[in-house]
Design a protein around this ligand. Structure first.
Ligand code: NAD
Ligand code: LMR
Length: 326
């Protein structure tokens, strides 16, 4: 058996975590041979509820769960953490855009970035889920100057999974048939689900779908899926968000499949002309615990305009939180 790794999860008594923690503890995220110690962070009033969640984790008798830490102190939660999933933040309600949460949530990520910088493992892998995820990830990253910016990512895997599912349904195929999907940009209604390189059962997706459906239904439906869930459920996505977080971390830690890629919000190195330093969703391949932006994809004028629109939104979000970016 391997040595246990430390996985910090914030917002651990919230609705996403109620799915997420059980998936991590069962080995879905890091493999069935990797024991984990869960280091759970909550705000003080939620610690009682968190105790209940920990009791349920105990009651699952997960063979891979090597310990549980519960705390309201980020310096304890992130101590020696090898992985951090930053989920704890306010969700939006009906009629709100995710960036409307910036003011409420941004400060959380500057505090947590500083704590990660101070006490986490130097090899930590950070995934920000709490919205607006890309800009919150940027805030955490900029507050952790001793850790490589490549170690801070934001979740667009849920958008990626949504885009694959909607394409599979439209073409009458299964998820297994869909390869090389890309979400560019922000986890927001400006994101650009791009099927120009996607194949379905070996055929170019664009040859199987009508352009009018793609532009006027598919793209807006993927962009607005989070809002559609809130409208239907009365609360934002939880189990599917947890599933995407597990997928994101598993790809990063254990690698992506040969010939395919995934979408990850990562530190822009200027690839595809995107402003360096933004946390922007790119097509990525992962190997040996590291990610790389897929290079050399041809970008049409149609795609370029959409990639720039979502970049512009991220620049505006960054400017709105300048005071939190040392
Ligand atoms: P929730 O309200 O059910 O849970 C959030 C939890 O975070 C609460 O228990 C709260 O007490 C805790 N919390 C608040 N401030 C904290 C802090 N400073 N430190 C630690 N914990 C703190 O919300 P949820 O449904 O679990 O969603 C969490 C976040 O994830 C929201 O911002 C939501 O919009 C976002 N989200 C992102 C995606 C994505 O694809 N990136 C998908 C779904 C939801
Ligand atoms: C989602 O995409 O489901 C989440 O970001 C929640 C939301 O606010 O839409």
């Amino acid at each position: 058996m391997k040595q246990p790794v430390r996985v910090a999860v914030t917002g651990a008594a919230g609705q996403i975590s109620y799915s997420l923690l059980f998936r991590i503890a069962s080995g879905d995220m890091l493999g069935k041979d990797q024991p984990v110690i869960l280091q759970l962070l909550e705000i003080t009033p939620a610690l009682k509820a968190l105790e209940g969640v920990a009791m349920e984790l105990d009651d699952c008798a997960f063979p891979l769960l090597a310990g549980i830490v519960m705390t309201d102190d980020p310096m304890v939660a992130f101590k020696d953490a090898d992985y951090a999933l930053l989920v704890g933040a306010r969700p939006r309600g009906p009629g709100m855009e995710r960036k409307d949460l910036l003011e409420a949530n941004a400060a959380i990520f500057s505090v947590q970035g500083k704590a990660i910088n101070a006490v986490a493992s130097r090899g930590i892998k950070v995934l920000v889920v709490g919205n607006p995820a890309n800009t919150n990830s940027l805030i955490a990253q900029r507050n952790a100057p001793d850790i490589s910016p490549r170690q801070f990512t934001a979740m667009t895997r849920l958008d990626h999974n949504r885009a694959m599912a909607q394409l599979a349904q439209k073409t009458g195929k299964t998820i297994n048939d869909v390869k090389n999907m890309t979400i560019w940009g922000n986890h927001s209604s400006t994101q650009y689900p791009d099927v120009s390189k996607t194949t379905v059962d070996g055929k170019a997706a664009e040859s199987l779908i009508d352009n009018d459906w793609y532009v006027n239904e598919y793209i807006p439906n993927v962009q607005q899926r989070g809002a559609a869930i809130i409208k239907a459920r009365g609360a934002s996505s939880a189990a599917s968000a947890a599933n995407a977080a597990v997928d994101h971390m598993r790809s990063w830690a254990l690698g992506t499949a040969e010939g395919d890629w995934v979408s990850m919000g990562v530190y822009s190195d200027g690839s595809y002309g995107i402003d360096k330093g933004l946390i922007y969703s790119f097509p990525c391949v992962c190997k040996n615990g590291d990610w790389e932006i897929v290079q050399g994809l041809e970008v049409s004028e149609f795609s370029r305009a959409r990639m720039q629109a979502t970049e512009k939104e991220l620049q505006e979000e960054r400017d709105a939180v300048k005071h939190l970016l040392p």
